[in-house]
Design a protein around this ligand. Structure first.
Ligand code: SF4
Ligand code: FE
Length: 485
């Protein structure tokens, strides 16, 4: 792990330059992620988690006192010690969404750290393993150096109807291939890894509840991003070619859109024992998945709510720019967007406010409410996009490029015929329309559907946590049916 503490965004970018990790994009090895136009905006968004923590105005939200050392640390490395911490987390995310209009990626690592903290404690209590102490040592390093961690959970899964050990190819779930005196060797791959190519550490976690026969798949470890055998293949996003071609058409050139995901391959990666936090304890795999999922689902009303604030602002400007801001149907639609946004944010606040202490002392969000929070996002973001498209008009699908706007031959036509009200320059109008397009397009919508787990994963949790028996009892009693004990 990098030895000097990362304080500023410049330190962060410098630390990424020094990483010797293997990143591929469109068939080529990326020599320096900090210089690659496809990746720079995502780095800028993550860098905001460092920069804002230095701003006295945002310090209270962006930093916390470490419960390990008492030192001031970045909240993205903090273990929640109270309900107030859980609430500050979601307020921090809404703030960061306002600043970036994008995904700043660092929440995944934060949620992985919190999940492993409490689960290693409980595993040790039951099995007498020594994971929690090792994990605290790792955590302290993360806090002291202020590194970015990617929480790597989603296995690629192959045939979903088969258990990990029943797959034709066992590598479709990350698993232990060798146990040695000094550590273990893992193989497999994790998909959709948000922020992986600009993180320093990878926290590998199992992805499903595992049975005894799948023991080798119950593995949680920390691996440096540049460990031998780690290979990252960066994904494509809607309109990502625009990042190589200009600025206006990107919509949000500095921060891009959503997280910048990668497939992370572990090709026989060695992990020393001090960085192994679960190895074979399949009876705790389900709990670990549930804790991580809850922490990440807690976020979505705040992170997407903050993005929705930006989208609403853009839509309010777009309608002003063409002189229809006062129309009653337009005002209704803007009001509806605000209602939806505050509703999902309320879910993030609610599951935090009803959080509770785990045996380790770390606080945990209410899992049922956190699942409802994320599940609402899978609908509300599409509805917000629909309203955004409605307000912006068909022009977001047909606008000419910025090259045409700047063309010496046809630029004046673009200027003239895309003009709205007198006082607003055409370029400003185009910029706002491109921002709306960016925030409501393909990758952004799919992320809100599947990020933090697909909707079916939330439905499973309702049936597990929704206490159907108690609900039946309530109904029986009021219907005058005698209780059967
Ligand atoms: Fe954080 Fe939201 Fe990005 Fe998830 S999608 S990493 S919660 S900003
Ligand atoms: Fe996400």
């Amino acid at each position: 792990m990098k030895k000097e503490k990362i304080e500023t965004q410049e330190d962060y970018i410098q630390s990424l330059k020094e990483l010797d990790h293997q990143v591929y994009y469109r068939g080529d090895r990326v020599a320096d992620v900090t210089e690659h136009p496809a990746i720079i905006p995502h780095i800028n968004a993550a860098a905001m988690t460092y920069e804002l923590a230095r701003d006295p105005m945002h310090r209270e939200l962006m930093t916390a006192a470490s419960h390990l050392t008492g030192h001031e640390i970045n909240r993205f490395t903090h273990i929640h010690q109270s309900i107030d911490d859980l609430l500050k987390k979601v307020r921090m995310l809404r703030l960061l969404s306002h600043k970036t209009g994008s995904c700043y990626q660092r929440c995944v690592g934060l949620d992985g750290l919190n999940a492993l903290y409490s689960v290693t404690f409980e595993m040790d209590q039951k099995h007498g393993t020594g994971y929690h102490k090792k994990f605290r040592d790792f955590l302290q390093e993360v806090q002291d150096r202020n590194v970015m961690v990617v929480g790597a959970m989603t296995d690629v899964k192959g045939d979903r109807s088969l258990a990990p050990s029943a797959q034709d190819d066992p590598d479709l779930y990350v698993h232990v291939v060798d146990r040695r005196d000094d550590g273990i060797v893992i193989r497999g791959a994790k998909a959709h890894q948000t922020g992986a190519v600009n993180s320093h550490e990878i926290l590998v976690l199992p992805t499903i509840t595992l049975r005894e026969r799948d023991k080798d798949f119950a593995v949680a470890v920390a691996v440096p991003a540049d460990a031998p055998g780690v290979i990252m293949i960066f994904g494509r996003q809607t309109n990502d070619d625009r990042k190589m071609q200009g600025e206006i058409d990107i919509g949000n050139a500095r921060f891009s859109l959503v997280g910048g995901e990668a497939l992370v391959v572990f090709e026989d990666v060695f992990v020393p024992w001090e960085r192994v936090f679960m190895c074979g304890e399949c009876d705790f795999s389900g709990l670990l998945v549930e804790r991580f999922a809850t922490y990440h689902r807690q976020n979505y009303g705040a992170c997407k709510g903050g993005l929705a604030d930006v989208l609403i602002g853009a839509c309010a400007l777009a309608v002003e720019q063409i002189g229809v801001a006062g129309a009653s149907h337009v005002r209704d639609k803007i009001a509806e967007m605000i209602h939806l946004t505050e509703t999902v944010y309320a879910c993030s606040v609610a599951c935090s406010a009803q959080g509770y202490r785990t045996p380790s002392g770390a606080y945990y969000a209410d899992p049922l409410l956190a699942n409802a929070c994320k599940h609402n996002i899978t609908r509300v973001i599409y509805e917000l996009g629909r309203l955004g498209h409605d307000l912006a008009g068909g022009v977001i699908a047909t606008l000419p490029s910025e090259q045409d706007l700047h063309s010496r031959t046809v630029g004046r036509y673009v200027e003239k015929y895309f003009k709205g009200v007198k006082d607003v320059p055409t370029e400003e109008r185009i910029r706002i329309l491109r921002l709306i397009e960016n925030m409501t397009g393909g990758t952004a919508l799919a992320e809100s559907m599947h990020g933090a787990g697909s909707p079916q994963a939330q439905r499973i949790m309702y049936l597990r946590l929704g206490n159907l028996e108690q609900k039946k009892k309530l109904a029986r009693r009021l219907a005058g049916i005698k209780d059967v004990e």
